[in-house]
Design a protein around this ligand. Structure first.
Ligand SMILES: Nc1ncnc2c1ncn2[C@@H]1O[C@H](COP(=O)(O)OP(=O)(O)OP(=O)(O)O)[C@@H](O)[C@H]1O
Ligand SMILES: [Mg+2]
Length: 470
């Protein structure tokens, strides 16, 4: 017998008792009412006791097993509970009669979920039943019921499957946010360090124009990282990864960061170093970031320059006054590197650090040595392969033979340095109307103009050289 049946019979007995009491109140005088009330109360207690005894024996001989998953364990939240809830919400709603509508992400629209206290599920041919139970004190737990025959299948693999599936749906549905740091004058008792907005950038690796092989390498590196919890634990390293994106303006460095965040569903923390006064503020900001996030420092060459000036100033203070103001008055390169190496090692949560620069050669070697920045990614001028991706995004043209002008464009791209941003600008539809021929001709004009400019600049440079040596 399932537990629901026993609750049903107890409910009807209680209803009969209440009905009886209402009738008695109308018929009997007051002094008799008290005696009858006492009699009824004791009958009710006996009924409950009998019910418990009957439940005990029913459960003793029942072939069904129950596992409870409480919402909280003692003092902490039970993560399995929310994973189960999400998993059950995601089950097909085709046969449900009670649904609820929710929107987790602006970009995802309204999603219909089941809204029933009991859900039947099937795993490898075995039926199981889930039920959400709310206790009188408001505590909730999920009750899983299954036949004893399938005990090892359910306890060994089904429960793990449900929790894993639920967690991955939670990550997928997470509304990612873009955080920017506030000035420390705006911080209130360690709060309000970061302000944030919902992150809804449409960038993806699919639409990112770059060498397809390199792209694949980056995507698999990111995925391996995000699935690497056990691996990082095994090798005893902090679960973090550093990427240095370098290349000329408009080659897709910022776009790639958005694509990374969309791929992994991570938050972005855009760290503006000029708004940070000293190392201690930097430390507070970085420790206030959440797990599964990308910490970005754009144009690190400018920040490094700023740091170098600060270091010079600090050393002159030290020489003059014999004191070390480094940590109190400045953000230093060593401070930044210490946090990247040290702080996340302590908290053990997954973090990605991304630096971008237009000038790799300007960077301090300490900043970019391997191990600190695990992958150096160059984003370069637009190649023919990258152009084809842009042509597909902007003009719906797919493949080498998609348009007769492609051959001319290919030849021009081999001789001209043009950023993907400039190419995209020419391919962009005017007034939402795609005009393939016009866009491609505009691009050819832009390429020819750039090619001539670059040629004449090159000639001027050569002439200068000759003058110097002549
Ligand atoms: N590789 C690319 N693939 C697709 N679109 C690109 C690419 N590079 C640039 N773009 C387009 O050009 C615009 C500018 O690119 P983005 O801001 O990513 O360049 P960046 O390398 O960060 O430049 P900067 O060095 O100036 O910060 C983007 O909004 C995007 O539309
Ligand atoms: Mg940028």
């Amino acid at each position: 017998m399932m537990m629901g049946d026993s609750f049903g019979s107890m409910g009807s007995s209680m209803a009969s008792l209440f009905f009886l009491w209402a009738t008695i109140q109308q018929i009997f005088p007051n002094h008799l009412k008290i005696t009858i009330k006492e009699f009824l109360l004791s009958s009710f207690q006996q009924l409950c006791f009998a019910q418990r005894v009957s439940d005990y024996f029913t459960n003793l001989f029942s072939p069904y097993v129950e596992i409870n998953f409480p919402e909280s364990d003692e003092y902490s939240f039970n993560q399995a509970f929310s994973a189960i809830e999400t998993y059950l919400d995601s089950k097909s709603t085709d046969k449900s009669k009670r649904l609820k509508g929710s929107q987790v992400k602006e970009s995802k629209g309204l999603v219909l979920k089941r809204n029933e206290p009991k859900v039947k599920d099937e795993y490898k041919g075995v039926n199981v039943w889930w039920e959400i139970v709310v206790e009188t004190d408001g505590n909730r737990y999920y009750k899983l019921t299954f036949h004893n025959r399938a005990r090892s299948l359910i306890t060994d693999s089904y429960v793990k499957h449900v929790v894993q599936e639920g967690k991955s749906i939670i990550v997928k549905n997470k509304q990612t946010r873009l955080f920017t740091n506030n000035l420390s004058t705006q911080w209130v008792f360690g709060q309000n360090m970061w302000r944030s907005i919902a992150f809804e950038h449409p960038a993806s690796f699919e639409t990112l124009a770059m060498d397809p092989k390199k792209k694949e390498e980056i995507v698999s590196d990111l995925i391996a990282f995000s699935n690497g919890k056990e691996y990082y634990k095994k090798i005893g390293k902090a679960w973090k990864r550093g990427y240095l994106l370098y290349g000329p303006p408009g080659t897709g460095k910022s776009t790639m960061i958005s694509a990374m965040a969309n791929l992994l569903n991570y938050h972005i923390y855009d760290l503006e170093l000029t708004a940070v006064k000293n190392n201690s503020e930097l430390k507070k900001l970085l420790t206030a970031t959440s797990s599964k996030s990308i910490i970005v420092i754009e144009d690190i060459d400018c920040s490094a320059e700023f740091t170098a000036n600060r270091i010079k100033k600090e050393s002159s203070i030290r020489e003059r006054y014999g004191r070390d103001d480094k940590d109190e008055n400045a953000v230093t390169l060593s401070g930044l590197l210490n946090f990247i190496d040290g702080i996340w090692s302590a908290c053990g949560q997954e973090r990605i650090v991304v630096f971008t620069t237009n000038h790799l050669e300007k960077l301090d070697p300490a900043l970019i040595r391997r191990g600190r920045m695990d992958m150096h990614i160059e984003l370069s001028y637009c190649t023919y392969e990258a152009f084809k991706i842009l042509a597909k995004n902007y003009l719906d043209l797919d493949g080498d033979d998609a348009h007769p002008l492609f051959r001319e464009i290919k030849a021009l791209l081999e001789e001209t340095m043009i950023s993907p941003a400039d190419v995209a600008e020419n391919l962009m539809a005017r007034n939402h109307q795609i005009d393939v021929d016009k866009s491609l001709s505009l691009l050819i004009n832009a390429l020819e103009e750039k090619k001539d400019n670059q040629k004449s600049q090159q000639e001027k440079k050569t002439q200068k050289k000759f003058k110097i040596f002549g």
